[in-house]
Every structure is written in C-alpha cells, then in structure tokens.
Design a protein around this ligand. Structure first.
Ligand SMILES: [Ca+2]
Length: 176
C-alpha cells in the first residue's frame, strides 16, 4: 500500500469511528418524554426553554415640553422616566427610555398639552419602524407617528400601554 493510500485509509477509518461513536451516543441518550406537562425545575437549574442572553443596552431620549425632537440622547436631570418603547412585543427587546425634563412629578394629566417628542433618528435609528410595544409612566401617554415630527403623517391615539404594536411603522413619538 502506498503512503497516500495508507493515509486515505486511516482518514476513512477515523471517519467511520466518528460515525459509530455518534450513533452510540444517540442510542445512549434517554428518550425525551412526549408529555406536554411543564417539567418542574429547581433553584439553580436553568429552565430548558429560557435562553440567557444579555439585555441590549437601553437607548435614551430626553424630551422637553414644547420642543420637537430629543433634547438629549441621555437621561437628563432633573427628569422623570415617562415612557419606554420596545423593539419586541410584550415589553421586551431593545428599549428606548424616554425622560421628560421637568422638576415636576411627571406629565400633566390632560393630553391637550405638548410635553415634547422625539424622532427615531440619529442614535435611535435602530428603532425606526421597529417599535413593537410601549409603556408609559407618571400620568404620561404617548402618540406614535409614522413620519418624523416635522413631516406630519399618520399617528395613533394617545396610548397608555400597548403590548403589541402591529399596524404602525413608528418613526416618532410625542408625549403628553
Ligand atoms: Ca399632558
């Protein structure tokens, strides 16, 4: 047998051994129970259906009454967290924390006043058209807009909390 042939034979043998070993492992694995019952889990044991991934760092927009657009892309003091926009339904995924620059406790209760707003542009561009749920706090509501604030266009009603935004490609928001 030539050196090349011997080498090829050895490779084939190793491959066959790997296949046999994989088959043995497959046979040795216990059958997964077909029951739909949730399996109990214990402290210190990860639930098999939970993926552990680091939460994406939140984005920020500070708004100021009467001003169109974020006045800052960081939480400014004094300020109050008034809304969170999420990239996934049910308040998950990437977040935009919206702070209202105020010395008060939050928004006024009425929605007839302009308490600021921001475009999903600049540092928030990753969220353009990607808002899938929204929460508000401290008496605030948000209105979601399909165009940037200077451009008009379709917008939602005043929203307090929406677990699934399905019919809007959100480009901007206003707060009241
Ligand atoms: Ca208001």
């Amino acid at each position: 047998m030539s050196r090349t042939l011997r080498s090829a034979a050895r490779v084939a043998l190793v491959a066959a051994a790997a296949v046999a070993s994989a088959a043995t492992l497959a046979l040795a694995s216990p059958a997964v129970p077909a029951s739909a019952e949730p399996r109990p889990f214990h402290a210190g044991q990860l639930r098999p259906d939970v993926m552990l991934t680091a939460a994406p760092a939140p984005l920020s927009c500070t708004v100021r009454p009467g001003v169109r657009g974020c006045t800052s892309f960081a939480p400014e003091a004094p300020g109050v967290l008034v809304a969170i926009l999420y990239s996934e339904p049910w308040f998950r995924g990437t977040r935009v924390l919206v702070h209202l620059e105020t010395t008060g406790a939050g928004c006024s209760a009425r929605t007839s006043d302009d308490e600021g707003g921001g475009d999903l542009a600049g540092p928030l561009l990753a969220m353009l058209g990607a808002v899938r749920s929204v929460q508000t706090f401290h008496r605030c509501d948000v209105r979601l807009h399909e165009a940037f604030l200077d451009e008009g266009g379709t917008s939602s009603a005043w929203l307090h909390e929406v677990p699934e935004v399905t019919d809007l490609q959100v480009a901007a928001f206003t707060v009241s």
